[in-house]
Design a protein around this ligand. Structure first.
Ligand code: GS8
Length: 214
């Protein structure tokens, strides 16, 4: 089967980064296309008519939508190398649970921190730190969430690391102090080529967010 892979994405997107990391882990060659949200491409509207959102992986003209779903798909199609999900059904269920936790707790949490001020921001900050503490407990003494190897939950969470700097500036705090284990873990992940080449430059992202807020 020919493998034509196109990724519809937008560079600051944490959802998109998940997919880029997974493709890099598997060594898949693909065409990358940045979308303009004010003028979405015909291909995006055709490939994701339900949500009209990135990321969309177009594999041999067939779309796969929703970042975590795409990462699972990539893991199944390019299963020959660097498995991301564990093979044991129970461990797989656990990995999906924690990736879902990341989605449910952390995405909204970050938005609440940088969009609010005063008391509301304090509450958002406290809650976000608590969610990260739950993740730190889950990580335990393992190098990665799945154990000794970089996997699905790591892919789902690491794109956040690029936003930590923005959150720290907005909320005037340091993750190094509140969640040192997550920082250690993130630094370990960044040593991987797939992650290092995917995460955007912190300053470039910061500038983008400042512009976006205006
Ligand atoms: C979320 C995708 C999403 O929000 C996933 O893929 O996991 N649950 C989905 N994509 C955003 C960009 S990232 O913030 C998007 O495409 N926004 C365009 C729009 O809302 O018009």
């Amino acid at each position: 089967m020919a493998n034509e892979v196109i990724l519809l994405d937008f560079w600051p997107s944490r959802y998109g980064m998940r997919v880029r990391i997974a493709l890099a882990e598997k060594g898949v060659e693909y065409e990358y296309r940045d979308e303009d949200f004010n003028n979405k491409s015909e291909l995006l509207l055709k490939m994701n008519p339900v949500h009209k959102k990135i990321p969309v992986l177009v594999h041999n003209n067939k779309p796969v939508c929703e970042s975590l779903n795409i990462v699972q798909y990539i893991d199944e199609v390019w299963s020959h190398t660097n498995p991301l999900l564990p093979s044991d059904p129970y461990d797989r269920a656990q990995a999906r649970f924690w990736a879902d936790y990341v989605d449910k707790k952390t995405y909204d949490g970050t938005k609440r921190i940088w969009k609010s001020k005063g008391e509301e921001q304090e509450v958002a900050k406290k809650e976000f730190i608590e969610h990260l503490k739950v993740l730190e407990q889950q990580l335990g003494d393992k190098p990665y969430f799945g154990g000794d190897t970089f996997g699905y939950v790591d892919v789902s969470l690491i794109p956040f690391y690029t936003w930590f700097h923005i959150l720290e500036n907005a909320g005037n705090f340091k993750f190094e102090e509140s969640n040192p284990k997550i920082i250690e873990w993130a630094k370990r992940c960044v040593q991987r080529e797939s992650v290092a080449k995917t995460l955007p430059d912190e300053n470039k992202l910061y500038e983008f967010i400042q512009e976006y807020r205006k």
